[in-house]
Design a protein around this ligand. Structure first.
Ligand SMILES: C[C@H](N)C(=O)N[C@@H](Cc1c[nH]cn1)C(=O)O
Ligand SMILES: [Zn+2]
Ligand SMILES: [Zn+2]
Length: 475
């Protein structure tokens, strides 16, 4: 039996162990965007360090200093550096992942408790916050090391881990750490791999060589000293929510067209050659409908959908802090509301330029309202877009591994989401970076009822391990 077959057999024999590990990780509510959960993000880092050390990795926690969140100054969670193997004859692969998650409450519409992993045996799906983004994939790498140890097989490469707890909140502090550690911890890295995105649809695996960037804004409008009765004060005062809705609706049309002057002009023109790349992709409107659980795509053509995800910017409205949103008919005029929206950036757009255009537009729209309220707009976090050359042994190894594990040639995609440090890894380290996702498009990352199919977790773990063997065999 070949070494990779032994590894695969070991993974199949330990499915229960893999599920238990994910359940333990999901049980820690490591929400980075809410100061009340900050201790849990630290706890999650300690838990991962224990898992890695137990398997023989050498770890170090790198502090990142402080941040301002919800008006308080609090400690940023540490970054975990870990080394597994330092054999100079082997290639060294840098693995990045994140152990923080998006917020989740059962009352948001979850069918189960978000921080309890639930294995639905009928569908063989694992439900829980972080199952697919990004605890499952991070644990995939740990499962790979464990299976090698259990099966008595040598890992064919050296691994370096860089795991952070602030990805969902803009990766504050990590870029500086990468620069500072370029010739220290990151010295000797041959290539990098991140598993933190999703297949294009629900059936076919993919490799990803591009990400959109992000500029996330908070727009606050305040007026009255406290919430007011709309019967007593309605029609008398300038209402913050009315101002906010006017401005928010001046940002984007229901057809997804961004109305902020100057943004469209930043986008690279589409060439015939590029359009053909979308035409040949195996993908249909039906795949997207499956992923969204609806038939609500703006475009009815697959090329339009693919380009909207991969090569055009988008502007999304996320929520309003301070607004009345519960059941019932409360007749309140909220005193202060904070609108949250973000722009996804494509290559040739920079967060600085986009912030300049958005802030100018919002100021001008607010002025038009003639309101006596106070408006403030801030860029809460940002990440640059990233695009890599897929003609590299790192991608060749992942293609072969996908063929071995899934029996198909993977799609080559660009992802619509953002991983702020992807560009830093490519630029600062000057090494090739590959995105090798485990999860499917319908996993519900950032949404209610986030899940990872058990088969994606198990086969995905095999994929990560076989990819390392392919690197050793072909690179
Ligand atoms: C693609 C990755 N799994 C992800 O979800 N990234 C976030 C990053 C982010 C940046 N600011 C806030 N979140 C995303 O794309 O939304
Ligand atoms: Zn993620
Ligand atoms: Zn995420």
């Amino acid at each position: 039996m070949s070494v990779t077959d032994k590894f695969i057999q070991q993974i199949d024999a330990n499915k229960a162990g893999l599920i238990k590990r994910l359940a333990d990780a999901v049980a820690i509510p490591s929400v980075s965007g809410d100061a009340r959960y900050r201790q849990d993000v630290f706890r999650m880092a300690d838990w991962l360090v224990k898992e890695l050390e137990a398997l023989g990795a050498k770890t170090e926690l790198k502090p990142l200093g402080k941040q301002k969140l919800d008006g308080k100054e609090i400690d940023l969670p540490p970054v975990i550096f870990a080394d597994y193997g330092t054999d100079p004859k082997k290639k060294t692969i840098l693995v990045y992942g994140h152990f923080d998650v998006q917020p989740a409450l059962k009352s948001d519409g979850w069918n189960t408790e978000p921080f309890e992993l639930v294995h639905d045996e009928k569908t063989d799906r694992l439900y829980g916050r972080g199952s697919t983004d990004d605890k499952g994939p991070v644990l995939g790498w740990i499962n790979v090391i464990e299976a090698h140890k259990q099966a008595g097989i040598e890992l064919p490469v050296n691994l370096k881990f860089c795991l952070e707890g602030m990805e969902e909140s803009g990766s504050e502090g990590l870029d500086d750490l990468i620069v500072a550690e370029k010739d220290k911890f990151f010295a000797g890295v041959d290539a990098a791999c991140i598993s933190d995105n999703y297949w294009l649809g629900t059936k076919k695996p993919c490799l990803t060589h591009g990400l959109r960037g992000i500029s996330y804004f908070k727009l606050s409008i305040s007026g009255p000293g406290s919430d007011l009765h709309s019967g007593i004060f309605g029609g008398i005062v300038h209402e913050p929510m009315t101002d906010l809705f006017h401005i928010m609706s001046s940002l984007v049309t229901p057809q997804g067209e961004i109305l902020v002057p100057g943004i469209k002009e930043l986008v690279d023109p589409l060439t015939d050659e590029e359009r053909k790349r979308y035409e040949v992709m195996e993908f249909g409107v039906k795949d997207m409908n499956e992923a969204t659980g609806s038939a609500t795509t703006i475009s009815d053509e697959k090329e339009g959908i693919l380009m909207a995800r991969m090569r055009y910017p988008s502007l999304s409205l996320h929520g309003v802090e301070g607004a009345f949103y519960e059941a019932g008919t409360k007749t309140v005029i909220p005193a202060k509301v904070i609108g949250k929206f973000s722009v996804r950036l494509v290559p040739s757009m920079t967060p600085d330029k986009v912030a300049e255009l958005v802030i100018k537009h919002v100021q001008s729209e607010f002025k038009k309202l003639g309101s006596k309220n106070t408006m403030n707009i801030e860029l809460a976090n940002a990440g640059k877009p990233w695009l890599a050359d897929p003609n590299h042994w790192n991608y060749a190894a992942a293609i072969k591994a996908t063929e071995k594990v899934y029996g198909v040639k993977p799609d080559l995609t660009r992802e619509g989401g953002s991983i702020p440090v992807a560009l830093s890894f490519s630029e600062v380290l000057g090494k090739n970076l590959l995105l090798l996702p485990l999860g499917r498009a319908d996993d519900g990352a950032h949404s209610t009822n986030e899940k990872l199919d058990l088969s994606n977790y198990v086969e995905g773990t095999k994929l990560l391990g076989v990819y390392l063997h392919e690197i050793a065999a072909t690179a």
